[in-house]
Design a protein around this ligand. Structure first.
Ligand code: SAM
Length: 249
């Protein structure tokens, strides 16, 4: 059968696409794109004439059926999303799973992803981190998610939309502890790329200082250095103790 290629595309700067990615996009029989109009701008910028077909949240299951048949006939297909790595808070999961089940080879190219890019420049610990995509939109669910997810002893990463960033940072201010550190990465690889670091309150002040600060795309990263439980011991120390206890006579 043919091969499905997962091809990451730029998250802002059009030059952030690998030469291998461009070769694959040129050579495949078909490109499955989250939004074909959006992808056609990238393709015309690089003079790539490959046909595209839409694959998004609302047609993925049906499309997957259709495209796996083409793959089984020997066609090669590339999957792209609007920006960054497909399947990372983007469509593609149903399709890739379907390919795996049908024995179709799937090859993912390494490339742009807002999550790993933001994290690597954040100055927060990167040895362990958890990624939770987008926070719930409703206030109560958002507050609960923030309280539940940000005390793991590792860095917690969320994506956030511009229209919600102020609300979300306000929720951080209300629900996180005083010592939670926040880094907000904004407009990565674009002209107004900014990393803003501090407590929730200071970040809220910064967002309110100028409406322009709230415009753009954001990665929100949260870390609690003194991740203490009610006995004053860190979660990490407690789990280490539990491990050690098993080994002790
Ligand atoms: N698949 C993409 C990836 O690999 O990063 C993510 C897609 S998700 C639908 C879009 C979200 O990613 C945005 O709301 C924002 O949180 C984040 N994002 C994408 N591009 C970004 C950029 N240039 N700067 C900061 N965040 C970005």
């Amino acid at each position: 059968s043919g091969t499905l290629y997962i091809v990451p595309t730029p998250i802002g700067n059009l030059s952030d696409i690998s030469s291998r990615a461009l070769d694959i996009l040129k050579e495949v029989d078909l490109i499955a794109a989250e939004d074909t109009r959006h992808t056609s701008r990238l393709l015309s910028h690089y003079s790539i004439g490959t046909s595209t077909i839409s694959m998004h949240d609302h047609n993925e299951a049906a499309r997957s059926n259709q495209l796996t048949s083409k793959l089984l006939e020997g066609k090669n297909i590339a999957l792209v999303s609007d920006a960054g790595t497909p399947l990372i808070s983007d469509p593609g999961f149903i399709f890739v799973r379907d390919c795996r089940e049908k024995g179709i080879p799937v090859i993912a190219l390494p490339g742009p992803c807002a999550l790993t890019t933001a994290l690597s420049a954040s100055g927060l610990p990167t040895d362990k981190f958890t990624f939770h995509g987008f926070l719930p939109v409703k206030q109560q669910a958002k507050a609960e998610a923030l309280k539940l997810l940000t005390n793991s002893g590792s860095t917690t990463v969320f994506y956030e939309a511009p229209r919600r960033i102020r609300d979300t940072i306000a929720a951080c201010h209300e629900n996180l502890q005083e010592d939670h550190e926040i880094v907000l990465a904004k407009e990565i690889s674009k002209t107004f790329e900014t990393y803003k670091q501090g407590r929730a309150e200071a970040i809220l002040e910064w967002l309110d200082a100028d409406p322009v600060h709230q415009k753009g795309e954001f990665v929100l990263m949260i870390y609690c250095p003194n991740n203490l439980n009610s006995d004053g011991a860190s979660q990490e120390a407690l789990s280490l103790l539990a491990l050690l206890a098993k080994e002790l006579p």
